[in-house]
Design a protein around this ligand. Structure first.
Ligand code: HEC
Length: 158
């Protein structure tokens, strides 16, 4: 009786699919502009929720628990990622969105705002690891400011 072997097609198929996925332009990862808009609004809204929990702890409205703090920071860091900002696909300036057309008109400036925000979030990750509440408070404040700076420039008022 031959020993059961792994299907030799599997690994190569997975590799081929991965290559296909990475080759797809960002736009192709969404059914349409509406789906991209919903995706980024959901991610923004979630990161807002978790940043809120961080602020509650640094402002003394919730007890400081380093583990919970770092869990929240980790989630903000995951959400404030390339994946979220890749959802600002071409043609998604119209519809149920508050994204300003300047996002696409001045892509370099928008990318700089993304980079600044991610840089500040990375510093918050580092501060979280120290467990020092003052450092976390300062870093969280900077994150809040870079969120706001981007909104002031690129989010239409409600
Ligand atoms: C580089 C720019 C940029 C950065 C950085 C940024 N945002 Fe946003 N955010 C936007 C834009 C643009 C929209 C509007 C998206 C839309 O309506 O399609 C938005 C929307 C939102 C919304 C509304 C979501 C909804 O339900 O419609 C919230 C809440 C939000 N952002 C929170 C945050 C928080 C918190 C941070 C920082 C941790 C952050 N954002 C960082 C650009 C940014």
């Amino acid at each position: 009786m031959p020993l059961p072997t792994m299907n030799p097609l599997r690994p190569s198929l997975a590799v081929a699919m991965l290559a296909l996925l990475t080759a797809l332009p960002a736009a192709a990862q969404y059914r349409n502009a509406d789906a991209a808009i919903k995706y980024r609004q959901s991610a923004m809204s979630l990161q807002n929720n978790h940043l809120g929990r961080i602020f509650a702890m640094v402002n003394g409205q919730a007890p400081f628990d380093a583990k919970v703090m770092n869990e929240n920071i980790e989630i903000v860091s995951l959400l404030n990622s390339r994946v979220q900002f890749a959802a600002f696909i071409e043609g998604s300036d119209k519809g149920n969105t508050r994204a300003k057309p300047e996002i696409w008109a001045e892509k370099d400036k928008f990318s700089a705002a993304v980079a600044k925000s991610q840089d500040d979030v990375n510093k918050l990750v580092a501060a979280g690891k120290t467990g020092n509440l003052d450092q976390i408070k300062a870093a969280a404040g900077a994150v809040g400011q870079s969120c706001k700076a981007c909104h002031d420039a690129y989010q239409k008022p409600q």
